[in-house]
Ligand binder design. Structure first.
Ligand SMILES: Cc1cc2nc3c(=O)[nH]c(=O)nc-3n(C[C@H](O)[C@H](O)[C@H](O)COP(=O)(O)O)c2cc1C
Length: 163
């Protein structure tokens, strides 16, 4: 991919999320982003590179959690986005605090703005990624916190309301 092509994708402002996935004894957490698909039913999509452990665990379990990160979790977001679950247990290595999910096997990340427990309803390959469409089965939100955003390779907190 040329630098110019990569720069186009980076123009989209995105939520910085942490995907958690688990199958049997195995689990992983990776930084990603997520996109709105439908309000009713509540559907979203995520795109996961084909070689990631997270991808394998989602395919095996058909589930994952989208944890919307906060500005306070910025360091963890960088750590989980630059290391691989096939090499180390990221939860142990970075002291990631988790909570049990209500409807899925993958854990929630404690301290997130929101955790959306998802069941895969469809997937398809796109370039070197697999795009998952998923239904949100349950969620928790902490309205005292705010989401972390990612834009043009940099992280931002939410600005003020304009409308
Ligand atoms: C802000 C940010 C967003 C990212 N978004 C994605 C994404 O949407 N899909 C993806 O496959 N990787 C994404 N990555 C890269 C993965 O988080 C990274 O490759 C990670 O090491 C994969 O972990 P794993 O091998 O344990 O699954 C992102 C990284 C950062 C820092």
């Amino acid at each position: 991919m040329t630098k110019q092509q990569a720069a186009v994708a980076a123009l989209l402002p995105c939520p910085a999320v942490i995907l958690t996935a688990a199958a049997g004894e195995r689990r992983d957490a990776m930084t990603a982003t997520a996109f709105f698909v439908s309000e009713v039913p509540p559907l979203l999509s995520v795109s996961v590179a084909g070689h990631h452990l997270t991808n394998e665990l989602i395919d095996e379990s058909g589930e994952f959690v989208v944890n919307l990160a906060t500005p306070e979790q910025f360091e963890m977001v960088r750590q989980l986005g630059s290391t691989h679950g096939r090499d180390l247990d990221k939860f142990e290595e970075f002291g990631v605090a988790t909570e049990l999910s209500e409807r899925v096997g993958a854990p929630r990340i404690a301290g997130s703005y929101a955790s959306l427990e998802c069941k895969v309803v469809g997937s398809h390959p796109a370039a070197t990624y697999r795009v998952y469409t998923a239904e949100v089965l349950a969620y928790v939100v902490d309205t005292e916190r705010s989401p972390l955003l990612w834009h043009r390779g940099r992280f931002f907190s939410m600005g003020g309301q304009v409308g």
